[in-house]
Write a protein that binds this ligand. Structure first.
Ligand code: 5GP
Length: 137
């Protein structure tokens, strides 16, 4: 799929837009969702340009899922959560709104998962949660 390098996440990767980051290395960045579906909602994205999971090179997908697991483990330690929903939407028809592949880690139950990207979160509260996750990594 054609990649738009001006999408929000591409700009976060290039540090042109701010994000509350919890983890970053040369291949992946993880940051807090600006409109969380539950307290602690975190996004993990590979830095390589790909719109959906279907476009992502297998090596990048394999590495990213390792970081997804690492962040989920830190969330479990830091936020005293019982479970986490891993959500990945590929394609607008699936509900994807930002055209750069990403994995949602949402500390909630799938039965309580409402609509996503709906309400802006309290960014100061989100920063506190991010610090807790970072400290548990
Ligand atoms: P998608 O709908 O593509 O699966 O998920 C995109 C996610 O990105 C949504 O949960 C939405 O709340 C989040 N999001 C949209 N714009 C921004 C932004 O500028 N910064 C951050 N941190 N998250 C964003």
């Amino acid at each position: 799929m054609l990649y738009d390098d001006q999408n929000i996440f591409a700009r976060i990767i290039r540090n042109e837009l701010p994000a509350i980051k919890v983890y970053e290395d040369d291949q992946v960045v993880a940051f807090m969702d600006i409109m969380p579906q539950a307290e602690g909602h975190t996004l993990v994205i590979p830095k390589t340009p790909a719109v959906t999971l279907l476009d992502l090179a297998p090596e990048a997908a394999a590495y990213t899922i390792q970081i997804v697991q690492k962040i989920a483990q830190a969330m479990e330690k830091a936020l005293d959560i019982k479970g986490v929903v891993l959500m990945q939407l590929s394609g607008a028809a699936a509900g994807q709104t930002v055209p750069h592949v990403h994995f949602h880690l949402i500390p909630t139950s799938v039965h309580e998962l409402g609509k996503h990207a709906l309400h802006m979160g309290d960014q100061e509260k989100i920063k506190v949660l991010a610090e807790k996750i970072k400290a548990a990594l």
